[in-house]
Design a protein around this ligand. Structure first.
Ligand SMILES: *[C@@H]1O[C@H](CO)[C@@H](O)[C@H](O)[C@H]1NC(C)=O
Ligand SMILES: *[C@@H]1O[C@H](CO)[C@@H](O)[C@H](O)[C@H]1NC(C)=O
Ligand SMILES: *[C@@H]1O[C@H](CO)[C@@H](O)[C@H](O)[C@H]1NC(C)=O
Ligand SMILES: *[C@@H]1O[C@H](CO)[C@@H](O)[C@H](O)[C@H]1NC(C)=O
Length: 319
């Protein structure tokens, strides 16, 4: 425990200096809901609870970002939260409620950061694919044989001094590089060759790791050069919080991966000072207003055997 705290402290020292008054110890992160495949009355979108637990485990609270809200509503939320998280799933990244809210928050985040308002953005799996589309304006994906496999990360030279991995203990970096700790559950990937030949992607994102399906080398972890924007094609939340498939590593270092990745993003959100003007509005926005459900047999709406928040967009307007 002592060495864990020490390494977190050391990772802080490596970061640019932000004054203590600016540190927000009550970070709230928005997590995008996404369209379910087969909408039912009052069951039009969902958030897998693993993402919520993941962020909560590092000291954040979560606000669900409902699909199909107005831009005004998204703007009000943006000004109340400290970071935005695009989870994995199977929503359509060119046209869906998920795509629409992701685009709104991405654009507000770019604008805010350009004005010196530090606002972090994270994309996991589908969320990373969505980020590449938002950044490049194009869908630049390649089919890969990666629908269910755990892999070690092939770190680039940039990884060790990156914002994301710079504060990770050596033991964990070594394990990530040599053991299959990262869960891949995607059929689409950004080929490294695509990344390197697309000016928008190449100039915007620094590649921190790659992987291969044996044929295609693809990008597996990125951080933006100029913005606090991060993407992973793999699933850091699954090690600790998902038990759906046999290949997910639940080993000690697998769980540490979940924790360190969550701690990194939440520490980014601590640098933002947005807040809800009224406690009452904050209270109504938090995920605590919803009860997760066991969706093992729920209408084929989500992946089986998950613990999921089924969200009804109407509910967030109840006052
Ligand atoms: C949908 O939600 C409304 C408002 O909460 C409720 O009155 C209605 O019974 C719900 N419908 C179904 C099918 O659950
Ligand atoms: C996403 O939506 C667009 C527009 O409706 C459609 O053309 C495309 O086929 C959809 N993509 C997938 C993967 O379903
Ligand atoms: C949300 O918006 C998308 C895209 O405009 C639309 O296809 C979908 O039916 C909407 N969903 C709900 C629940 O209103
Ligand atoms: C790791 O990435 C490098 C650089 O792209 C590549 O040359 C190498 O073959 C990769 N190694 C593995 C094991 O995938």
């Amino acid at each position: 425990m002592k060495s864990l705290l020490l390494s977190i402290l050391l990772s802080r020292l490596a970061l640019p200096c932000y004054s203590a008054v600016q540190r927000n110890d009550r970070p709230i992160i928005g997590v995008l809901a996404q369209d379910v495949k087969y909408p039912q009355p009052n069951q039009t979108s969902y958030i897998a609870s693993s993402y919520v637990k993941y962020l909560e485990s590092a000291g954040a609270r979560v606000v669900p970002i409902m699909i199909n809200q107005t831009l005004e509503e998204y703007k009000a939320l943006f000004n109340s939260i400290n970071g935005i998280f695009f989870p994995g799933g199977s929503a359509n990244i060119t046209s869906s409620g998920y795509q629409r809210s992701a685009k709104a928050f991405y654009e507000m985040a770019i604008e805010a950061n350009d004005k010196g308002d530090y606002f972090p953005v994270w994309g996991t799996c589908l969320g990373y694919e969505q980020l590449t589309l938002l950044t490049s304006g194009k869908k630049l994906l390649t089919l890969t044989d990666t629908r269910g496999v755990a892999l070690p990360l092939n770190f680039t030279d940039e990884a060790r001094n990156s914002k994301m991995f710079g504060g990770f203990p050596a033991e964990l970096m070594d394990a990530l590089a040599s053991e299959p700790l990262t869960d891949n559950a995607h059929k689409w990937s950004v080929a490294l060759s695509t990344h390197n030949t697309n000016e928008e992607l190449k100039n915007f994102y620094k590649v921190l790791s790659t992987n291969t399906d044996g044929t295609v080398e693809f990008v597996s972890t990125v951080e933006a050069y100029q913005y606090p924007i991060y993407g992973v094609q793999w699933h850091p939340e699954k090690n600790a919080f998902e038990w759906t498939v046999p290949y997910t590593s639940h080993s000690r270092l697998g769980i540490k991966t979940t924790f360190y990745m969550a701690e990194f993003f939440v520490s980014e959100a601590r640098k933002n000072t947005h807040r809800f003007e009224l406690e009452e509005v904050e209270s109504q926005a938090l995920i605590y207003n919803y009860t997760p459900e066991d969706t093992r047999v729920a209408n084929g709406a989500t992946t089986p055997q998950r613990n999921t928040f089924i969200l009804d967009p109407e509910m967030c307007n109840v006052s």
